[in-house]
Design a protein around this ligand. Sequence first.
Ligand SMILES: NC(=O)c1ccc[n+]([C@@H]2O[C@H](COP(=O)([O-])OP(=O)(O)OC[C@H]3O[C@@H](n4cnc5c(N)ncnc54)[C@H](O)[C@@H]3O)[C@@H](O)[C@H]2O)c1
Ligand SMILES: O=c1ccn([C@@H]2O[C@H](COP(=O)(O)OP(=O)(O)O[C@H]3O[C@H](CO)[C@@H](O)[C@H](O)[C@H]3O)[C@@H](O)[C@H]2O)c(=O)[nH]1
Length: 467
Amino acid sequence: MTIQRICCIGAGYVGGPTMAVIADRCPEIEVTVVDINQARIDAWNDADLSRLPVYEPGLDAVVGRARGRNLTFSTAVEATVASADMVFISVNTPTKTKGLGAGQASDLRWVEACARTVAKAATGHTIVVEKSTLPVRTAAAIKTILEAAQEDDQQRCFSVLSNPEFLAEGTAIRDLEAPDRVLIGGEDAASIEALAAVYSHWVDEAKILRTNLWSSELSKLTANAFLAQRISSINSVAALCEATGADVREVARAIGTDSRIGPKFLNAGPGFGGSCFQKDILNLVYLCRHFGLPEVADYWESVVALNTWQQHRIAQLVVQKLFGTVTGKRLAIFGFAFKADTNDTREAPAIRICGDLLEEGAQLAIHDPKVEPAQMARDLKQEAAAAADVLSGTGSWALAESVEEAVSGADAVLILTEWNVYRNLNWAELAGRMRKPAWLFDARAVADPAVVRAAGLTLWRVGDGED
Ligand SMILES: NC(=O)c1ccc[n+]([C@@H]2O[C@H](COP(=O)([O-])OP(=O)(O)OC[C@H]3O[C@@H](n4cnc5c(N)ncnc54)[C@H](O)[C@@H]3O)[C@@H](O)[C@H]2O)c1
Ligand SMILES: O=c1ccn([C@@H]2O[C@H](COP(=O)(O)OP(=O)(O)O[C@H]3O[C@H](CO)[C@@H](O)[C@H](O)[C@H]3O)[C@@H](O)[C@H]2O)c(=O)[nH]1
């Protein structure tokens, strides 16, 4: 079974980059990414590659090579499904906001809609691939929908695979081009091999893991739970370091050199953000309770609780250090994205921390190299004010076009995203623009402490505390 036409439903952060890399590496396969969001498809088709809807280093080059050759972006969902021999489902699976399991379970309405679209439009033999992150046993529901369609029309048949995506935003292209592993779960060996053959164009055979459906689905939730657990663990240690005079980076170095622990994912910070970690752990928590394992659910839920606490803790300590009040004080926020090298703000720590500071009456000048002010306004649930109004004390928050503009008249700077541009700033020059006494709250530990101190700023670093 050789795959000639791939359709991917969902042109988001996963569908777009993943399909661009498949098309780039497999020039003989026609890859079409479809979405119901016309504006998003238009942006993927923009002649100006700097205006793609997803910002990822290297993505523009990959799209530039494949688009118009064997990579197409379209809103013709049913027609593309009809001609495809493999359909990836890569739609959003956010946490449910109401109804059964609200606040924890994944909302599967978009996945079910895709299954029904495939059931209606597919022709011949179609391999359906779960690319979205899904609760374990979702494939059973997809299969039930597809089997009902098969009964209506015996000319068609389906098989379902699970192929979770492990890319991280900001490094998506690197992760896709050189993955640690590709995981394929399924019941039909021929379908598994058909998908493995696609990846084997550029991924070593030893890195293509085959397994059963349920293990594959559950591995994705578990991988994210383990990664997030490390961050909550190191952030809990960071708080203890601040209380005791230890330095979390020294502790991380000491424990990370134990090969059983390893050095990665031990950076203390303002808590994890992003669209995946919290959503996927809460989904795991929901599943554990559903399967009668409340102790297991409580264990994983504490990872999220610690993360929420860390975010509130950082806002609170800014208030405490600034003499217990930030009302009417100007604060410069450096970084709004949930991590560097992405324009994504979903669950960004900045949202909760800025929200708390605004609640306390602070005035924020927010700088980020990639996040649009309209996105910040949606996240903060407040329209932006003019920079001049924030300076004069009549506006709550404004976008700052530069770090210099952000710090002007500010009492403190709070670094929330580890953008490279914040690493080697001229702190002496910036301090000169601030109101004295002035603070730097470095929640990412990116600034050089010696330079910051020499500039006359009082420094607080996550996991190290105040000088
Ligand atoms: N963002 C990540 O880094 C990442 C990494 C690994 C896995 N995942 C998982 O991948 C999935 C997709 O995540 P994302 O970040 O790409 O989401 P996203 O919101 O960026 O994109 C999803 C897209 O699907 C489209 N869509 C929804 N229903 C549709 C339908 N019925 N027909 C056609 N299009 C439809 C939406 O319009 C949207 O453009 C989620 O399950 C997520 O958990 C995400
Ligand atoms: O040592 C660390 C590492 C990360 N983070 C934070 O953790 C969050 C998530 O970062 P990262 O995992 O790099 O980005 P994501 O794009 O959320 O990727 C995660 O979520 C994806 C979606 O499921 C998975 O595919 C990836 O494997 C998994 O790393 C960000 O806020 C980071 O700042 C830390 O605070 N300290």
